[in-house]
Design a protein. Structure first.
Length: 281
């Protein structure tokens, strides 16, 4: 079996620090970069971002919507970006936030997490809001292929509060229940002391106490968007994530990409160094 995803992320974060560069070719950014608002534009945007990020950070996260907007040509562009990023040695999280009933979810998992698939990534963001059990086939595909998942637990957007902070009769929030159910699967599939490969999305803007969530075991990577444009700063790595901060993948998209193509490499280097300092890497 291939090397487990959780352990791959653990070593990569130790080597390169927590910063993850989000590849989000918004229309306004394409215009600012002098690129066309079409599949060729998003392809070029993605490839230039990969080139600038390679060797400087451990992880990149292409956002699928920006490519899907252009139909089959956009998806072909995404395939090129995913392949280039993986060839550059970056860990690639496809941010597609897939979630469906089990029988149809499984093929989303196969599409993104099968070695040799046109859309192969190292990990996929998935939604548990159709029930964590609906992801069981997805956990199995990831496990079999040495891939990872990031399960939405406490997202960074303010609109999530009502749903994700609601509680069951025991007072457990939906966010905490997701973490607990996914952690049980990590405990079954990872050896003692290893990081699990089924990670979580916990926004950097989320107050853990208010969200009813606590440090969890076994450790698993935490994808934390919300840094940069949504307001969280590198200092929030420690203040928000406390004892779990070593597991955090700190994701920024617009705040980095708005530097423009000429200054991108320098911006990524400087920001990555800032995060390394906070993380003590
Ligand atoms: O799964 C994600 O990546 C994600 C989860 C979440 O809770 N909040 C969130 O903003 N994201 C994604 O993270 C990126 C944030 O972009 P910026 O706000 O520009 O840094 C976007 O691609 C979002 O879709």
């Amino acid at each position: 079996m291939s090397e487990r995803f959780g352990e791959r992320v653990r070593s990569a974060l130790r080597a390169k620090g927590p910063l993850c560069v989000g590849i989000d070719p918004h229309a306004a950014l394409l215009a600012a970069w002098g690129l066309t608002d079409d599949a060729q534009g998003v392809r070029e945007f993605g490839l230039r971002t990969v080139e600038a990020a390679a060797g400087k950070v451990a992880v990149v996260k292409p956002q699928v919507s920006f490519f899907e907007r252009f139909g089959s040509q956009g998806i072909a562009a995404l395939e090129d970006v995913l392949a280039a990023a993986r060839a550059a040695g970056l860990i690639v999280i496809a941010d597609a936030k897939r979630g469906d009933i089990g029988s149809t979810m499984d093929d989303y998992a196969r599409a993104w997490l099968t070695p040799g698939s046109p859309l192969e990534a190292d990990a996929l963001t998935v939604s548990p809001f159709l029930g964590v059990g609906a992801l069981d086939g997805t956990f199995a595909v990831a496990e079999k292929n040495g891939k990872g998942l990031f399960v939405l637990a406490a997202t960074s957007n303010p609109e999530a509060e009502g749903l994700q902070r609601s509680t069951d009769s025991a007072g457990t929030t939906v966010s905490a229940a997701v973490i607990s159910e996914v952690s049980a699967r990590n405990a079954e599939s990872s050896a003692a002391g290893e990081w699990g490969s089924f990670g979580f999305v916990i926004g950097a803007t989320v107050d853990w106490t208010r969200a009813g969530i606590e440090p969890f075991t076994p450790a698993a990577p935490i994808l934390a968007p919300g840094f940069g444009a949504q307001g969280a700063t590198p200092a929030d790595l420690r203040s928000r994530f406390g004892t779990m901060s070593a597991a955090v993948i700190a994701s920024e998209s617009r705040s980095i990409l708005s530097a423009g193509p000429a200054d991108l490499m320098e911006t990524i280097s400087a920001r990555a160094a800032e995060y390394r300092e906070v993380a003590g890497v």
